[in-house]
Design a protein around this ligand. Structure first.
Ligand code: FES
Length: 253
């Protein structure tokens, strides 16, 4: 079973009712309801919608894409079109620190007995939803990329390696899905990032999830402004676009 890891500060949730964080290389959403904290995957099981962008009503979050509802306490899918539960994760609070233990879907989340905290392994990505971002949610030193690192195409591609195709279990860069990365400096000092991404097939069901996850990992890079991911199907993806690393992982020689 995974360990509890520090995921965020309670104070990060003072000005907002939800927060996106990365725990054990997984993007999860923290929600605060009635003084309690709950944690579920940020992915709608219907078609990959970002649940942290949905409307929260008591303990029910509605997917912003097609309206499926989930219970944030258990991850249970409550309404169509979702029929599969999303994963709910264990949460515990110690002092001002919120700890999360990653659980798999179908396992009810719980507040566990205190355990020894491991090294800081979680990254606050952003406060999400209608409320303003929480103080310290960005640029507070908890990012995985130092604020002083220069933004470059190479850095964007390196970060995109954190996005894993859920069917092939290979990152999208080594799969050859990233056709182009453009950096567009803005007057406010930020840089917009435009990514051309393809799919291994036009009907790839993982597409929305790959787009959402790509936006999430790049949005946390300083000083990124808007992140746009455009799906490009011409030229179509072919296996020869994979790197040798991807071929090794897939056992293709
Ligand atoms: S993606 Fe969430 S309801 Fe369709």
């Amino acid at each position: 079973m995974a360990n509890f890891v520090p995921a965020a500060k309670l104070s990060d949730l003072e000005a907002t009712d939800r927060l996106l964080v990365e725990v054990d290389d997984r993007i999860v959403a923290l929600f605060k309801v009635g003084g309690e904290i709950f944690c579920i995957d940020d992915v709608c099981t219907h078609d990959g919608g970002p649940l942290s962008d949905g409307k929260l009503d008591d303990h029910t979050i509605a997917c912003p894409r097609h309206g499926a509802k989930f219970d944030i306490r258990t991850g249970k899918a409550l309404t169509m079109p979702a029929t599969v539960d999303t994963a709910a994760h264990d949460v515990k609070i110690e002092g001002d620190t919120i700890f999360v233990r990653i659980c798999e879907a179908g396992k009810a989340a719980q507040v566990a007995n205190p355990t020894t905290a491991g090294p800081i392994a979680a990254t606050v990505l952003k406060a999400s939803g209608a409320a303003e971002p929480a103080a310290g949610a960005a640029g507070d030193g908890t990012r995985s990329v130092p604020a002083t690192m220069n933004l470059s195409e190479d850095l964007v591609r390196e970060e995109l390696k954190k996005v894993i195709d859920p069917e092939l279990f290979v990152n999208i860069v080594d799969l050859g899905l990233i056709y182009n990365v453009d950096l567009v400096p803005q007057d406010d000092g930020k840089t917009n990032v435009k990514i051309d991404m393809t799919m291994t097939s036009p009907m790839c069901p993982a597409g929305p999830q790959l787009i959402a996850n790509s936006k999430q990992v790049i949005s946390q890079l300083p000083p990124v402004g808007n992140v746009e991911v455009k799906i490009v199907l011409d030229p179509p993806w072919t296996p020869d676009k994979m790197t040798d690393e991807a071929r090794d992982q897939l056992g293709i020689f």
